[in-house]
Design a binder for this molecule. Structure first.
Ligand code: ADP
Ligand code: MG
Length: 145
């Protein structure tokens, strides 16, 4: 089922869609794992900045490419931001606590989900970002029926 299928014309618009997804997750019964797909520079981190900012307004979101996981917490709960760009095997995910966040019911947003198909929970929101121009992106969010 498609949750939304929209085009954005700036990083700010992509952040706004991230905020929208967080609002949907707070009000609708949706999975708390967001599997993100899209090339380098697609706008995954921009999207996460909006999604996290909606829940934890003073969070400073930066790319966890080197740290693998960034945790943000506040009144809006715990949000885990993962970047699987450098993940090569499951041991890396265990040692950084990836599975603990899922087990604890945190919201998890995972960049480069294409690298870890074996680790994506069955119940997840699929978030695909495609570059359609220099500053335009197509962003599709869906869940399994
Ligand atoms: P990723 O995490 O997918 O590698 P980032 O969010 O780090 O991508 O970077 C996206 C880059 O694309 C930024 O430099 C941003 O300014 C640029 N950009 C241009 N148009 C858009 C848009 N519509 N949405 C998101 N980012 C955009
Ligand atoms: Mg990124």
């Amino acid at each position: 089922m498609i949750l939304f299928d929209e085009y954005t014309n700036s990083p700010e618009e992509t952040e706004e869609l991230g905020r929208k997804l967080s609002r949907m997750m707070s009000t609708d019964k949706l999975p708390r794992f967001v599997a993100m797909y899209g090339d380098l520079g697609a706008g995954k981190t921009a999207f996460v900045r909006g999604a996290v900012g909606q829940l934890i307004p003073d969070a400073e979101v930066c790319s966890p490419t080197y740290s693998i996981i960034n945790e943000y917490s506040g009144e809006g709960g715990v949000v885990c931001h993962t970047d699987a760009y450098r993940i090569t095997d499951d041991d890396d995910l265990y040692s950084c606590g990836f599975y603990d966040y899922i087990a604890d019911g945190a919201i998890v947003l995972c960049e480069w989900s294409e690298n870890i198909p074996f680790a994506i929970p069955k119940e997840h929101i699929r978030l695909e970002i495609t570059k359609t121009g220099e500053s335009t992106r197509r962003i599709v969010a869906s869940v399994l029926p």
